[in-house]
Design a binder for this molecule. Structure first.
Ligand SMILES: Nc1ncnc2c1ncn2[C@@H]1O[C@H](COP(=O)(O)OP(=O)(O)O)[C@@H](O)[C@H]1O
Ligand SMILES: [Mg+2]
Length: 341
């Protein structure tokens, strides 16, 4: 993998549209590279942009571009199912716990994928996608990934969680363990002594190790992914030339600094030069004032300016139009991938 481009910013400023346009343009410019466009917004809209149903599966959009709107929930379910199966066996092997009536049902209802925070699920999925090993199993080796991220608060959790997910998982397991402990306390002492000779300690130890290894593997992957994002990740913040979204990208810059390199800012939907519209002229002037402020604030970064198009940029051709508006007609792939000021 060469590059992971991440687009962030406030809702409604054009993150998804610019992500999709960038992906289409790169796929045109680099016919021999495989490109993946992935949406992390909860309200996925890549399907609307490409006017083709994408959903939770790799969907081919051009010869060398694929898209996916992951269902993080279903991935987390698969992962926790494996963990839960092991937990169940372990619990049923424990001298007292195994005797609690309906222990399996209890485990099923307390230890579920639904109780994992959505941010963690998304992050687990993000890691799965970025993890070269997993990508190989899908038999497409992606060279460039373009990630359409949710607005700032949720964006941060995607970066933080590779570091924190093991803590979250452990906390979650510990809560579960505590609820079991309550149940054990109710079993009498007499019972404990009767059961002791039948305790299969070795088997429990093995199972314990397997569960531990699953968690260690999760942590390793988290570290691998954090390094990858740090090394080849490139954040581009999208804003319109107005105060609230400008404030948001300043905050996003400060909060993401320790995880990913910020390489550019898109100022999108600038009102075009109007012909017969005094009100539009006023808006445009106001936006140009903000554009100057944004450029001053981010003066060390590449700034891309794009006007509001007359037609909604959808479908491959619409997205190509937006790409030309954003990057200009004669841009090279390198200028997009490795922007210089
Ligand atoms: N430069 C542009 N010109 C015209 N319409 C645009 C432009 N950029 C985005 N849009 C439109 O603005 C709306 C919001 O864009 P979207 O990409 O969904 O934003 P976000 O992903 O940040 O929420 C969409 O209807 C999109 O088609
Ligand atoms: Mg969006």
């Amino acid at each position: 993998m060469e590059k992971i481009i991440v687009l962030g910013g406030k809702g409604g400023v054009g993150k998804s549209s610019i992500s999709a346009s960038t992906a289409v343009l790169l796929s045109d410019l680099l016919p021999y590279k495989n490109i993946l466009l992935i949406s992390f917004d909860m309200a996925h809209n890549l399907s609307d942009l490409f006017q083709i149903e994408i959903g939770n599966k790799l969907t081919q959009l051009t010869k060398n571009l694929w898209g996916i709107e992951p269902d993080a929930d279903s991935y987390a379910k698969k992962y926790t199912k494996e963990l839960i199966e092991k937990m169940k066996i372990l619990m049923s092997q424990m001298p007292l716990v195994g005797m609690i009536p309906q222990i399996e049902k209890f485990i099923d209802t307390t230890f579920t994928a639904d109780s994992i925070p959505l941010a963690l699920k998304n992050a687990m999925f993000f890691q799965k996608i970025l993890d070269a090993e997993d990508i190989n199993t899908q038999e497409i080796q992606f060279d460039i990934i373009i990630a359409d991220f949710p607005p700032t608060a949720n964006m941060i959790t995607l970066f933080e969680i590779p570091e924190d997910q093991v803590k979250v998982m452990l906390k979650y397991s510990l809560n579960f363990y505590n609820s079991i402990k309550g149940a054990i306390r109710n079993v009498s002492k007499v019972w404990r002594n009767i059961i002791k000779p039948f305790d299969n300690y070795e088997k429990r130890r093995e199972l314990g190790k397997e569960i531990f290894n699953m968690i260690v593997e999760l942590e390793r992957r988290g570290e691998r992914i954090s390094d990858l994002i740090h090394d080849i990740g490139s954040l581009r913040l999208v804003t319109i030339a107005e105060k609230p979204s400008f404030e948001e990208i300043k905050r996003a810059r400060d909060l993401t600094m320790r995880y990913i390199k910020l390489e550019g800012v898109h100022i999108n939907m600038i009102t075009p030069e109007p012909k017969k519209c005094d009100f539009c002229t006023k808006i445009r002037l106001q936006q140009l004032k903000y554009t100057l402020e944004i450029k001053k604030e981010f003066k060390k970064l590449k700034i891309w300016e794009s006007e509001k198009l007359r037609e909604e940029p959808i479908g491959l051709d619409g997205l190509r139009n937006l790409a030309f508006e954003v990057y200009g007609e004669n841009i090279s792939a390198d200028e997009i991938l490795y922007p210089k000021v």
